[in-house]
Design a protein around this ligand. Structure first.
Ligand SMILES: Cc1cc2nc3c(=O)[nH]c(=O)nc-3n(C[C@H](O)[C@H](O)[C@H](O)COP(=O)(O)OP(=O)(O)OC[C@H]3O[C@@H](n4cnc5c(N)ncnc54)[C@H](O)[C@@H]3O)c2cc1C
Length: 473
């Protein structure tokens, strides 16, 4: 992170002391031991200096911190796993509610549910549920926070078979802007439950999530690789395959530069290649048969697809992406991939600016389509593909090149898209992008925002503007 001069914020000392005495967790200020580590987020491009970081350990701490921020009229940010691209889990000058100390998890193996506190990562959840042979849909990297990923939707390896993460969410406990504590589910505060399933952190601090679990233990998955020269043919095959394949099979198509490390054979090190990262969650004894048409029609040069415990697949790429790298994200949803779009994918993919930069297309058909576009806040239920273009590198000197590449790539493809992107994979792009992400659901979100957070206390997020009184009447 680049150090910069930062003017101290004037806070009423008495009030700060009072907050500190209310907390079971710790309250950190600039200069305190641990403050520098606590303010750092996953994306090294983000360098914010909060006035206060409340490391909450329970719901009472969260209530005290929300009340403090509201009463002191401080900017308030809420941090779950800290993975957010534009760093929307932190802020300059204000108060950060850091949930990373709230790691409680309780599996109910009979009801097949798991109650997860707001500071857990997906690795924490897998660790707790795997001994029971159970899992719930999450993403593709285990260090990502449950909080942000879930509240934005949650696209991962089990999307085609079990839907988005929010499609497996049974309820949330949350602290609202007025400091009150509520449960939202299909039976209680149903409007709020609708909104948190995709609407991000706009409505309150989620202190715990209740998920449905499924019997997922060993899956058949992992990456296959092909030379970059075959990219157009591979993506065409993949598109046709994934639109018609059994829902138990999931595969994300990517354009990558191969890491110079085992187990990848040396002749492919640092080569641009195309990949499909598979996850088959059906009957294992049928896996070879399911993969046979893939191996016959598009034989890969590297084939790592095999049976593996679910947590292994979930953490397969963690080491490639340690915290502190520079990240720049662009995203769009697509209903289909035209021949022209495929040409553009290959053209810009050939220009990946750094080793870790990638473009991935994640399938979101199958079970994701069984939920209607207006049944949750996540609106792109008719899209088949989620595109994510990421520039990633350790060296900030490469940022401008990476950002330029990602923007050019996205702009070239955008005319072929469904018109909006995934809130969890965009930078801080402003109201138009947020509205485009929610399409017809935006107005209802703005109405619910006005009910639960009329003064927009929770605005450090992909923000939904509360609908004004005039518009509501
Ligand atoms: C390496 C990497 C891999 C990823 N892979 C996937 C993937 O496979 N699938 C996918 O869908 N997304 C993926 N993402 C995107 C990810 O979903 C978002 O970055 C998400 O915002 C991260 O959540 P977090 O809790 O870690 O982040 P944070 O930065 O802590 O929070 C993100 C946002 O959510 C809010 N928030 C977090 N927790 C709470 C809470 N408990 N209550 C209220 N608000 C809260 C924050 O205020 C902030 O606005 C990935 C991101 C990274 C960096």
């Amino acid at each position: 992170m680049i150090e910069q001069q930062h003017a101290p914020v004037t806070l009423e000392e008495m009030a700060v002391q009072e907050l500190a005495t209310h907390l079971r967790g710790t309250l950190l200020r600039p200069g305190d031991v641990g403050y520098e580590e606590a303010r750092a987020v996953y994306n090294g491009m983000i360098n914010k200096h909060p006035a206060l970081i409340a490391r909450c350990v329970d719901v009472a701490d969260v209530i005290a911190a929300v009340n403090f921020a509201r009463e002191q009229q401080l900017t308030l940010a809420v941090r779950g796993g800290g993975h957010n691209g534009p760093g929307l889990g932190t802020c300059d000058d204000g108060l950060v509610i850091d949930l990373s100390g709230m790691k409680g998890i309780r599996v109910d193996p009979v009801a097949r549910t798991v109650r997860v506190e707001g500071g857990c990562t997906w690795g924490d959840v897998d660790h707790a549920t795997h001994p029971f042979g159970l899992a719930t849909p999450s993403g593709l990297i285990s260090t990502t926070g449950v909080g942000g990923l879930t509240l934005g939707g949650g696209i991962g390896y089990l999307a085609r078979s079990l839907g988005l993460t929010i499609d497996n969410l049974l309820g949330v406990d949350l602290v609202l802007a007025d400091g009150s504590f509520v449960t939202a589910s299909a039976d209680e505060h149903a409007d709020l439950f609708w909104a948190v399933r995709g609407g991000g952190g706009n409505f309150g601090v989620v202190t715990s999530f209740l998920f449905q679990l499924h019997p997922i233990s060993t899956v058949y998955g992992g990456p296959m690789l092909w030379p970059f020269g075959q990219a157009a043919g591979i993506v065409k095959f993949w598109r046709n395959f994934i639109l018609n394949a059994p829902e138990e099979i999931n595969g994300s198509f990517g354009l990558v530069t191969v890491s110079p490390a085992p187990p990848i054979p040396e002749q492919f090190h640092l080569k641009k290649m195309c990949t499909i990262v598979w996850c088959y969650s059906g009957a294992l004894e049928q896996a070879e048969e399911v993969f046979q048409p893939i191996r016959t029609n598009i034989p890969p040069v590297v084939d790592f697809a095999r049976p593996m415990p679910w947590p292994v697949l979930q953490s397969l790429f963690d080491a490639l992406y340690p915290p502190g790298l520079q990240w720049y994200w662009k995203t769009d949803f697509f209903t289909d991939l035209s021949a022209k779009a495929i040409d553009l994918y290959v053209k810009y993919g050939a220009q990946l600016p750094t080793i870790r930069s990638t473009m991935y297309l994640h399938p979101i058909n199958g079970a994701v389509h069984r939920v209607g576009a207006s049944e949750t806040a996540f609106s792109f239920r008719d899209a088949n593909f989620a595109e994510v273009i990421v520039g990633v590198d350790p060296d900030p000197a490469n940022n401008q090149r990476m950002i330029g590449w990602a923007r050019d790539y996205w702009m070239a493809l955008h005319p072929y898209s469904a018109g909006g992107g995934y809130v969890n994979m965009m930078m801080d792009e402003g109201t138009d992008s947020v509205q485009a992400a929610y399409r017809d659901n935006y107005a209802r979100l703005a109405q619910i925002k006005a009910t639960y957070d009329p003064s927009n206390l929770f605005h450090v997020n992909q923000n939904i503007t509360p609908m004004s009184e005039r518009m509501r009447s």
